[in-house]
Design a protein around this ligand. Sequence first.
Ligand code: CMX
Length: 131
Amino acid sequence: MMKLDHVGIAVSSIAETLPFYKEKLGLALKHEESVPSQNVRVVFLEAGESSIELLEPTGDGAVAKFLKERGPGLHHVAFAAPDIRAEMERLSRAGAPPLEKEPRLGSRGHQVCFLHPKHSKGTLVELVENG
Ligand code: CMX
């Protein structure tokens, strides 16, 4: 069974959003990073065995486009894939090929890939190899 790794939320400003998650909900900040290849700055907050990722655009890219077209909110759900290449091949054979042919380096130094929202009828899905 796939485990939820994190939920990604697109925000216009991490600084303005963080107090809600940290102070109102009481979630602990566990990681922050800039991902220049995606033109985003991200923070991860601990939520049990999963995390909440806040993504703020630092330039043109998927998150900036998402915010412009759809506004802030749920951007993707990410599942842990202990063997991401095997999972990508399995999904391709099952008719839901990832956007990438090969896994690529994502935040926290993990290999990642994405599945277009058309496969899930509306939600962008990420796979993260973090073992
Ligand atoms: N969740 C749900 N739907 C989304 C979406 C998202 N995150 N992003 C775009 N869409 C929708 C659009 O609103 C549009 O819907 P309609 O057809 O109903 O208008 C449709 O998907 C458009 O799809 P598209 O024309 O194929 O492509 P886009 O240029 O909008 O790009 C996507 C969409 C998923 C292919 C692109 O955002 C992508 O490659 N994402 C993967 C990489 C990424 O998101 N990186 C940022 C996170 C990095 C990180 O976590 O570190």
